[in-house]
Design a binder for this molecule. Structure first.
Ligand code: PLP
Length: 379
């Protein structure tokens, strides 16, 4: 495995530093810092007795809650052991000849495609220029990242798979549906499959303007992928799901491990999606912290901030040496941020940072600011 294939490597980090895993302040995995909704603990305690039976392979109770929440039919939903299982199932069952991935991207899209013999075509995002290189550091251009729809379009043929991800890991951008829905419908009609990874969408309070769900009823080849592990802080329990046409869902259900979603995960997710109060508390916290991030990181010299739409943000240091010093300082303090050097199209100056509770965000920022000041004084 490559050194930074994913964030969240808290067990390795704790072992290296000889500290308890609970002492690690992890800014490298984008998990809701409020922890699972309060009812989850009770639901799990109550469900413990059920582990002596096989879990429900039809996921009836949890699907009913998800169908109600999303306003779709249970037969349009497939549950999995994390969004990962849905990505993998879709790739295995739909078996595209070629997979178009927009980079930088979550590394598993290309990894899974290759595992199933699909040729991977990488197309870079366009825009995303915050500051022009070589011009004074106050020259702000602020060109947002855009999905390269016409470049993708040139490649898409019947039987191919296009993977899109919004809100996007690692840039933190969410693109409103109106920007890409026509292109997605055209690719669908051309006979291509479209996998829309919406693993972070629950962090948006206005998700209706962003989600691909309204396309499902008329686009039989679109699969929307969601994750419960980020918003509901359940990465160690695992739960994700896909939404698509009943026909595609039926094909995927017919070719899966029937018991991959354990009983405790089904019960935890059933109560999580019923908890509107938890979502509202999360959105209120996130709005406040996004403003704090913009004010603090946005005014730090030698750092470009890509403004967040969800619970993480991307930054670019002006210099690799500075970025490395920040990593070292964080490490000494038991904090991890995500080095983005293995994201295609980014590099050693980029870091992705999860937004945590205010005290932690302040602590991280002040540590980084001290390193930046010290570094600048030697330039
Ligand atoms: C964009 C994206 N999709 C999917 C996943 C996998 O999510 P899960 O934990 O539900 O398998 C991740 C995990 O980091 C991710 O960043």
């Amino acid at each position: 495995m490559e050194p930074h294939l994913h964030g969240g490597r808290v067990y390795d980090f704790a072992a290296d530093l000889n500290i308890a895993v609970e002492q690690v302040m992890d800014f490298s995995a984008n998990i809701n810092p409020w922890g699972p909704p309060p009812e989850v603990w009770k639901a799990i305690a109550h469900a413990f007795g059920g582990i002596r039976r096989y879990p429900d392979p039809r996921h009836v109770l949890v699907k009913a809650v998800l169908a109600d929440y999303l306003d779709v039919e249970p037969k349009q939903i497939i549950c999995g052991n994390g969004a990962m299982e849905i990505l993998e199932l879709a790739m295995r069952v739909l078996h595209p000849k070629r997979t178009v991935v927009v980079t930088p991207a979550f590394a598993e899209y290309a990894a899974i495609a290759r595992r199933y013999g699909s040729e991977v075509i990488s197309i870079p995002l366009v825009g995303g220029v915050i500051r022009q290189e070589g011009i004074g550091s106050t020259e702000t251009l602020g060109v947002p990242f855009e999905v390269p729809l016409s470049a993708i379009d040139q490649h898409v043929r019947a039987g191919d798979m296009v993977v899109l991800n919004s809100p996007h890991n690692p840039t933190g951008v969410a693109w409103p549906r109106k920007l890409w829905q026509t292109a997605v419908s055209q690719w669908n009609d051309r006979g291509a499959y479209i996998l829309l990874d919406e693993s972070f969408i629950d962090f948006l309070s206005q998700a209706d303007d962003y989600t691909a769900l309204p396309l499902i009823s008329r686009s039989t080849r679109v699969v929307v992928v969601r994750s419960a592990t980020k918003m509901y802080a359940l990465p160690g329990l695992r739960f994700g799901f896909g939404i698509s046409s009943p026909e595609l869902i039926g094909r995927m259900e017919g070719d899966r491990d029937p018991w991959s979603v354990n009983h405790l995960a089904q019960e935890a997710v059933r109560v999580s999606y019923s908890d509107q109060q938890y979502r509202e508390k999360t959105w209120a916290w996130l709005g406040r912290e996004q403003r704090y991030i913009s004010d603090s990181w946005g005014s730090l010299p030698c750092v470009d901030l890509y403004p967040p739409s969800v619970n993480f943000f991307l930054i670019r240091f002006s210099d690799v040496d500075l970025a490395t010093r920040v990593d070292q300082q964080m490490r000494q303090k038991g904090m991890i941020i995500r080095n983005c050097d293995n994201f295609e199209g980014l590099g050693a100056r980029y870091r992705r940072i999860a937004i945590r509770r205010h005290r932690d965000n302040m602590r991280l920022f002040h540590e980084a600011k001290a390193v930046v000041s010290e570094w600048r004084s030697h330039q």
